[in-house]
Ligand binder design. Structure first.
Ligand code: NAD
Length: 323
């Protein structure tokens, strides 16, 4: 299938473009390169378009004629969203609306959407299932939830078929070393810990040491980016098979604390991770980890790289290449 990969020059989108090509599909990337990288677009053409530019997006869709869409393009940083909510509503919600309209005009009715565990807020029970209440604690999570609701109503009104994949924390890099995570500035814990270990970045800030968790630092569920990519291909096949639209969690179901991640990075790299304790970051829930059993039963998804060691090893190999 010809699949428009919106945000396909970014971290998760580029890994998914590779997985699509490997599965025999034809990825075509649409990206404004705001946080993505031209050199990460290696498995199909690039249309450099901002999704909020309706005329340009319609023209791109007219040229591409996609049979399905995967939508990764977003602003995706919790802390940033607390400071600038308008920008998040603009790119994430208005951008998604513009995309759905372009799809409708191009007669394309299947979409796999990048949602997030941030839609759950502070969970009342762990692990988090798809039926857990969704009460986001930051504008980023709010915009992702609003997009999920928009997909639902577009399905009701216009027959849109959708899958919202609620990722937990993406980590690692392509095990073949072709692509990886390169964000500037980098907000994510594992790459920051690797930079601190390599001496190419500042001491790592451990944000919050008084959470009600065993070691006082926040617990998160890390999932390998290539496993996320594989899940997208399965979700596409699920839609093509005519199955119902719905949201699905993607995580490994294993929580790791910030201090636990630091220990793993130290073990993998053989280097100390200089770190300092800091205050909690506003908007961050204490713990988030997934019940991902629906992804297994519905999509047949099973993570190939479930251990944190594998995620850190592949990220370290990528960091060594790009240093
Ligand atoms: P990323 O920043 O690496 O990729 C996003 C891509 O979208 C970039 O290539 C960027 O240039 C592009 N983009 C942004 N705004 C655009 C616009 N207006 N028009 C066209 N292109 C635009 O981010 P990522 O980490 O790969 O995340 C991908 C998606 O997954 C996002 O929607 C994010 O919210 C979601 N997500 C990520 C994580 C994670 O741990 N990284 C977790 C949960 C959900």
């Amino acid at each position: 299938m010809r699949v428009a990969v919106i945000g396909g020059a970014g971290y998760i989108g580029s890994h998914t473009a590779k997985a699509l090509a490997r599965a025999g599909h034809e990825p075509v990337v649409v990206d404004n390169l705001s946080t993505g990288h031209r050199e990460a677009v290696r498995w199909g053409p690039l249309h450099q378009v901002d999704i909020r530019d309706r005329a340009a997006l319609n023209a791109a869709f007219h040229a591409i004629r996609p049979e399905a869409v995967m939508h990764f393009a977003a602003l995706a940083y919790v802390g940033d969203s607390m400071r600038d909510p308008f920008a998040y509503y603009d790119t994430n919600l208005a951008g998604t609306l513009s995309l759905l309209e372009a799809m409708q005009a191009a007669d394309c009715s299947r979409i796999v959407f990048s949602s997030s565990c941030a839609t759950y807020g502070v969970p009342d029970r762990l692990p988090i299932t798809e039926a857990s209440p969704q009460h986001p604690t930051n504008p980023y999570g709010e915009t992702k939830l609003a997009c999920e609701r928009l997909l639902h109503w577009a399905g009701q009104a216009h027959g849109l078929r959708w899958m919202a994949l609620r990722y937990f924390n993406a980590a690692g890099a392509d095990p073949e070393g072709e692509i990886g995570e390169t964000h500037e500035p980098e907000p994510h814990l594992i790459p920051l810990a690797l930079r601190a270990a390599a001496g190419t970045g500042a001491a790592l800030k451990v944000m919050g040491t008084d959470y009600p968790t065993p070691d006082g630092t926040a617990l998160r569920d890390y999932v390998h980016v290539s496993d996320l990519a594989a899940a997208h291909v399965l979700a596409l096949e699920h839609l093509v098979a005519g199955s119902a639209s719905r949201a699905v969690n993607l995580g490994t179901g294993t929580p790791h604390s910030v201090l636990g991640v630091i220990r793993t990075v130290e073990a993998v790299t053989g280097q100390a991770v200089p770190h300092e304790m800091a205050d909690r970051r506003p908007g961050d829930p204490p713990e988030l980890w997934a019940d991902a059993s629906l992804a297994r039963s519905l999509l047949g998804w099973s993570p190939r790289y479930p251990s944190l060691d594998q995620m850190v090893e592949t990220a370290w190999a990528w960091a060594a290449k790009t240093r």
